[in-house]
Design a protein around this ligand. Sequence first.
Ligand SMILES: *Cc1c(COP(=O)(O)O)cnc(C)c1O
Length: 393
Amino acid sequence: MNASAATRPLSFIDLLAQRHRLGARIDEAVMNVINSGAFVMGPQVRAFEQQMAAFGEAAHCVSCANGTDALALPLMAWGVGAGDAVFCPSFTFAATAEVPPWTGASPVFVDVKADTYCMDADRLDAAIREVKAAGKLTPKVVIAVDLFGQPADYPAIAKVARAHGLKLIADSAQGFGCTLDGKHPMHWADCVTTSFFPAKPLGCYGDGGAVLTNDAGLAELMDSLRVHGKATAADIAATKFEHDPKYMAMRIGMNSRLDTVQAAILIEKLNVFADEIAWRNRIAKRYNDGLRDVVDAVPTVIDGGVSVWAQYTIEVQGRDELAAHLKAHGVPTACYYPIPLHRQVPYRDYPVGGNGLPVTDAKADVVISLPMHADLSEADQDRVIDAIRAWRR
Ligand SMILES: *Cc1c(COP(=O)(O)O)cnc(C)c1O
């Protein structure tokens, strides 16, 4: 290795390496859409939805404009609104907690487990009981997050949600493709949402999102909501229209469609996604082996779980010094999430359930994420590992 290769800045997530690997397939997919003229809801959208549903082991997939709208669609379809409580972690990206207030509902923050950073089912149960006892909000929905790519503890979380009569959303924006005991989150959740933001494990070349569900009625309602509340087949069967039902609005919806160009790109990306998940797992194992003895914690994946490794996140005391040291060696890092949502201004007045958020608060100070993407070479990964080992000495 020459000197410039040893100091060349690495990418945190190298999107162009994948783009070059996919090559002409992407060019053709994009040009096919452009030359077809079917720019909105073209045939690639339906084709991609079917492939997504099959991959995530769901009966239905409703694609939409981004992973935030994907969370809004089921809440709207279920009629969640003012006075309702939606339980979610604080140790997550803002979108998870941002959507309940759109409907008038309140997020209720629940602590995470110290090893996996995913929702703690016991804390969830305590939080739901507290909210019920206080009598101000009505518990309606749980949003579990597949943080950093690994499945939340769905058997335990679904059991609590069911016992209290709550709906369960798996926010799998970071975790789409993850499994637990060989099953996708759809096995336990009422719906699974994901984001195709470019840096997510299954990303497109812009914004996009999707909701997976086994509930045909919910899928039909979300299909209506994403296109301004258009009439569904059930609406048309039940109503005598005096005009073409195409322009009849049956409910307040929104405009949240997956772009046809993005669907065409995603079809090509989904074709290689299973291989990429395997590569990401190989890379994560190499990091574990190279770092286990020098950092406070390498990632813990739940027993029986397979992560898609949206992030590879370690714990160290002196996180900021490590970040500066790595930066000087051309190694970018990121900190997810330095300030949990319940301590940020727009969210600080919403309730915290189940004895506070001690794990969330403690983890925010020690986590640091390292370069992770399917095309990370062993040589580049060794630079990251060697630089961390040198800092420790
Ligand atoms: C990225 C992300 C979202 C939102 O996705 P967008 O496509 O950016 O709207 C939601 N939840 C989590 C946990 C995310 O990481």
